[in-house]
Design a protein around this ligand. Structure first.
Ligand code: SF4
Ligand code: ZN
Length: 737
């Protein structure tokens, strides 16, 4: 590293440690050494310190120990060095800074100062990034929807430039973290967060712009998050710091844009980030450092032209960004999916019980379709659209392709929601005949017409399904009588499809599919997806995988020939075992699809729910991601998740997709749904309808009422009382083990 930078970083590191130490001493004198602290919703303590050293900071006293030890690393190393056994060496000043910053932020939490609030606008920053959010994002990371992350530190020269940079990142689906401040071109101390807020840009996870906090120290939250990925998804152990850093460098495509003047603390924090393999591009005249020799991690670059800085960073980090966008007059990408359109901002709406509306994919012969044709059928369409308000609407998308199958209609249709929502100023909810769409006044003013709805569906259907769809044409109907007439036809088709889907069983097919997408984060994890068991993230079912394989035969979804059944009850097949042996990196030798007790499926990290054995109840509990309370297993979701993920088989614990709960193959070998003794309330509500149907099938109609939730029991004792009082079947079933 350049000498000037190194001495800046060293200076800041000392200063940061000193500042934190003073705060910490004060906190200890007020609250005592045993005062307990944890960041919200994480199983990884102070993740940076824990990941690097395996040292669990649980109290103020632990913070003192960690800080004292880290401090020594700025000097020659003493023999009794606490984490020398783990590190084998000392921390550099960048890492010491990150440790100090982490403790500093923890202290700010204790003092009620985090998440920070902007005094001028009352805007609340995100603060610490929870494990739950990390898991929510997991799937987008692996399926390529989100190619990387940018941490923007400081402020742009002016508001317009800030908006331009962020919009460019959003359109490339890059998640943006904001922190720190610097002077703008008028010499005013500000930040990109404030610049965006002043332009009424919506910030938050939904829009891919996450403001962590106002200061440079808050950048640590992004790094904390990155360092957890190898532990959450990769099955790597805390303290195995070399592996963790290598994972973050190889698999987490992050970079920093440092805007405005650099100060000592920015250099020191940057030095920490460089340890993790994240390069920085500055818009000031900094010494450029290229990776050389053994030091392949270092990389600082500069670009003064703000219209090129994003591109520069993408090149420096080696990101692969492929964006497919329909020709429309508004911005487009997943970052715009989360926008809401309130009534006041709405120009026109369709459906949502207000007008008849539906959307429908029809398979046609190749010669029946004129590719790319958009037709609008209705009386006075233009005048009615221009008047705004409400309008009936049918969107009928005809597709044809040599590899098209009827089974894929539903899959193409399900993407309609994303296709429309990803356009800025367009909003979509529901599907089929319960669809509801809105176009904002802004989007209307930008030139969005009815025809664009067709253009979006046609372009994106072809982009997303290029291997199965050769031709698309879209017809929009706007007269109520047409919409109602065609809706009857569509409804008959929906019904037919649902019937066929319900008839798809594991026995009725000879091929299952794998999903290997999560291997980019959890290298040994394989989801085995059968008609009656969807992937644990909930995003891929058997039909999705079948279509995905048609679309990309060398992609992440591969057919698995079931082969000879080895155990029909537990759900074990020769072909599946063989496939796993060669595709799980040796982690899985054999798998039983229908039990949690004996060689169950592995979990990556993005499971929608976790099932865990409750031995004393002779049953299982299921908790959904997003439930932050205690469970009768004595662990919160975040803690449970830490024991489940990483691509290992853990009898008694398993990650699953929500819909698996109501599958006939759910724990089939263990006794099925009768084993469920507890479910988080939100999950109960989500599955209620299908669950009741399943319970009827099992001849236990009121069974859902016999399952406890957090309003009934959060610990084992209360749970047992409840189960006894309702006569839960699990109590009298065969022992689970
Ligand atoms: Fe990951 Fe499994 Fe979902 Fe595929 S199905 S994305 S492997 S969790
Ligand atoms: Zn996953």
């Amino acid at each position: 590293m350049s000498k000037i930078i190194a001495s800046s970083a060293m200076r800041a590191s000392h200063e940061m440690v000193k500042r934190t130490e003073d705060m910490l001493d004060k906190a200890i004198s007020e609250k005592g050494k045993d005062f307990v602290f944890e960041f919200p919703d994480t199983a990884y303590h102070l993740p940076m310190i824990y990941g690097m050293t395996a040292f669990k900071v649980k109290t103020l006293g632990d913070m003192k120990t960690a800080l004292d030890t880290a401090k020594h690393d700025l000097h020659p190393v003493p023999e009794d060095h606490l984490w020398k056994p783990y590190l084998g060496e000392t921390l550099d000043s960048g890492m010491v800074t990150l440790f100090a910053e982490e403790i500093y932020l923890a202290l700010r939490y204790i003092n009620g100062l985090e998440p920070a609030v902007d005094p001028e606008t009352n805007f609340t920053y995100n603060g610490f990034i929870t494990d739950t959010i990390q898991r929510n994002l997991g799937i987008q990371l692996v399926d390529g929807r989100m190619p990387g992350f940018a941490a923007i530190i400081g402020a742009a020269p002016d508001e317009a430039t800030a908006v331009k940079i962020v919009r460019e990142l959003q359109e490339k689906n890059i998640l943006v973290f904001l922190s720190g401040q610097s002077k703008d071109k008028n010499g005013k101390l500000t930040s990109v967060t404030k610049q965006l807020l002043s332009q009424n840009i919506e910030l938050g996870w939904d829009t891919y712009i996450v403001a962590l906090g106002p200061d440079t120290e808050h950048t640590l939250y992004a790094l904390d998050w990155a360092l957890r990925a190898p532990m959450i998804f990769g099955g790597n152990k805390a303290g195995d710091y070399k592996t963790l850093l290598k994972y973050s460098k190889d698999r987490i495509f992050a970079f920093a844009l440092a805007l405005g003047d650099m100060d000592d603390l920015k250099w020191a924090t940057g030095a920490g980030a460089i340890n993790m393999g994240y390069p920085a591009v500055c818009d000031t005249d900094v010494p450029v450092i290229h990776p050389t020799g053994v030091c392949t991690y270092e990389h600082v670059d500069k670009e003064f032209d703000h219209s090129k800085i994003v591109q520069k960073a993408i090149e420096v980090r080696g990101l692969k960004v492929t964006v497919e966008k329909p020709p429309i007059p508004v911005a487009y990408g997943p970052a715009f999916e989360g926008e809401r359109i309130r009534k006041e901002d709405m120009f026109i709406e369709f459906g949502g019980q207000r007008t008849p509306a539906f959307e429908w994919v029809r398979t046609k012969e190749l010669d029946e379709i004129e590719d790319g044709k958009i037709t609008i059928i209705g009386t006075d369409v233009e005048a009615k659209y221009k008047a705004g308000g409400q309008m009936p609407l049918a969107i009928v998308v005809d597709v044809a392709g040599r590899k098209m199958q009827d089974d894929f209609e539903a899959i193409i249709e399900r993407k309609f929601h994303h296709n429309i929502n990803e356009a800025q100023g367009l909003w979509h909810m529901g599907q089929r005949d319960i669809v509801w769409m809105r176009i904002s006044k802004q989007a209307y003013n930008d030139g969005i017409t009815l025809e664009h709805l067709g253009i979006i569906q046609a372009t994106m259907t072809k982009n997303r399904f290029s291997a199965i769809v050769d031709k698309v044409q879209v017809t929009l109907y706007t007269d109520e009588k047409d919409v109602l007439r065609l809706q009857d036809e569509a409804r008959a088709k929906y019904k037919e499809r649902d019937k066929r889907l319900a008839g798809l069983t594991d026995e009725s097919v000879d091929t299952f599919y794998s999903c290997l997408l999560c291997q980019s984060f959890a290298p040994s994890h394989v989801c085995v997806i059968s008609p009656e068991r969807l992937g644990l993230c909930g995003a891929y079912n058997w039909l999705d995988c079948k279509a995905a394989f048609e679309i990309d035969p060398t992609g992440g979804n591969q057919p698995i020939a079931k082969g000879e059944p080895l155990d029909a009850v537990k759900g074990r097949w020769e072909g599946v075992d063989n496939y796993l042996k060669s595709n799980s990196g040796g982690a899985v030798e054999t798998l039983n699809l229908y039990t949690i007790m004996d060689n169950p499926m592995t979990s990556c990290g993005c499971f929608e729910c976790i099932i865990a054995l409750i031995p004393e109840a002779n049953g299982v509990m299921i908790v959904n991601r997003g439930y932050a309370g205690m469970t009768p297993a004595g662990m919160k979701f975040s803690t449970l998740a830490g024991t489940v993920g990483g691509g290992m088989q853990n009898p008694g614990f398993m990650g699953i997709g929500v819909n698996f709960v109501t599958s006939r193959k759910f724990l089939y070998a263990d006794g099925g749904i009768k084993r469920i003794v507890w479910m988080s309330k939100n999950l109960k509500e989500r599955v209620a309808e299908d669950f009741k149907a399943r319970a009827d099938e099992e001849g236990i109609s009121d069974f859902l009422d016999k399952i406890a939730d957090e309003t009934i029991a959060e610990d084992s004792e209360k749970l047992m009382e409840f189960l006894a009082s309702v006569g839960h079947p699990a109590l009298t079933m065969d022992p689970m083990f």
